[in-house]
Write a protein that binds this ligand. Sequence first.
Ligand code: TRP
Length: 370
Amino acid sequence: MESIERFDPWGHVLIDYHKLFSVFGVEPMKNLLPKLEQLGPLHRLYRRGVVFAHRDFDKIVRALKNGEKVAVVTGFMPSGPFHFGHKMVADQVTYLQSLGAKPFIVIADAEAYAVRGLPRSKIIEYAKIYVANLIALGVDPERATFYMQTNYREPYYRLIQMASAKATLAEMTAIYGDLDPGKIMAVLTQVADILHPQLDDFGGYKHVVVPVGPDQDPHIRFTRDVADRLSGELGTRKPASTYHRLMRGIDGSGKMSSSRPESYISLNDPVDVAVRKLMNAYTGGRATAEEQRRLGGEPEKCAVYELYLYHLADDDLLKRVYNDCKAGRLLCGADKQIASKLLREFLEEHQKRFKEVYDTVEDYIKLPSF
Ligand code: TRP
């Protein structure tokens, strides 16, 4: 696997997960699972090792157990369709919400404008679609805060200003590499995204956890430092974080990303289009059927297997397709038929809910005028 010294929050590289442990010092999630399970049945993404590491998540588990206030903060860049990589994050948010955490969900429109250069009107269109998908996936909007980075409340902007005075250009360059003013703004804004739920203006101190992919770890490390530097003035503490494996693109290369249409299946794709994409997905199957029967398949490399693992399969089916594939009994064509059926069922149901909630989105988020 490729490995780079600096995880890149705006790039598309697959990263070396081991480096997270050895260089950046995150903890394996495995050791915490028995404690997490005491709060309720483990979510499949935790059980299956998709969420594989954390910083300080033990404190979050303890706080939830003691009934203390916890916020789960996550952000989405509205720079393209909402896809199954986003769903993985949404599922973690609904799980943590069900355990008592309050979601703060930011639509990162300032960041999308700065780093993706999309027209504002397009960004706002996507914002609505994101919020509708999140609600349709089970985030309870009555017990969550949704907001846009450019259209929120004053104390949030004050926090961005204060964060800007607590960082040096040298440390930011060391963490992020090349920076321009737009990226610097995006980084400081993200610091406020993560820290503001602790302020009195937003309901007072709470523990904060941020579920992210390892590509976002630079933001976490930087935010933890700034939290310390503001702690005297504002009482901010270091946020906790969890790390999930990034879904690979269905074309088999890189991560699933809105900016590479060939890499994703969107939750809003017409069902037939989505199924066609699945039927063409990269599987890592052998060169010939004969070879696959003889050697077995390689689910570890397979984008369809990842869809089962992250989203589509219950535990029984997951085990069955894995074993049958490995043994050469289940070939990619037949396997894709099984996955297609599940995908179709899921999307039909989801899109019905999406339609029902779409018109209520503006009850839950204040859209900017431009
Ligand atoms: N930078 C994130 C992305 O690239 C989006 C984001 C903005 C975010 N603010 C956040 C993520 C706060 C987690 C927490 O998608």
